[in-house]
Design a protein. Sequence first.
Length: 171
Amino acid sequence: MTDLQNRIIHGCQLTVLTCIDFRLHGAWDLHKCMVDEFRQGKDPGYGFYDPLTLPGACHRLVRQTLTRKMIVIEDLGASVSMHSPETIVLIQHEQCGGYAADQNIQFESTAHERRVLLEDIVASARILRGHFPQLTVLGFIARVDDKRILGMDRVFDSSNQHVTDQAQASV
C-alpha cells in the first residue's frame, strides 16, 4: 500500500482544536456537536475528526510563548500529514480557565469575553492558515454551564473570511 492510499483509507474530515475542559467532553457532548454540525445528526461513528485538546487551545496559539505555539502547530501538523483533514475547527468556550489564569486579561462582561474569544479565533486562524494554507479554518464559541455544553455558535469561516457572533449551531 502506498503512502497516499494509506492516507485515503485512514483520512478524516476535520481536526478539532479545543480546550481540555471537562464540560466540553463529558458524555461526548463535543462529539454530538460535531456530528450535528458536520453530519446533520447522522453519527458516522468515531473517526471523522482528530481531536486535539490542550489547556486554553486558541489562547495557547495567540497569547503564550513561541515554544507553546510551536507545539500546537506541530501537533496539528501531525494530524494534517497523517489524516489529511480538509478543515481545522477551533472551539473556544466561555469561562475558560486559560483566560482566567492570564493576569493580562480581565473580562468586564460576557460580551467582552466573547469578543476576546472571537479575536483569538481569528488570530489563530491567521496563524494556522500561514502553516496550512490548503485548509479551511472554522471557529466556534461553546456556551457552557457548570457541567456541560449548552450550545455552540459558529463565529468564523476562513473560506470567506466571514466573522459573525450570531450564527447558531444546534446541540
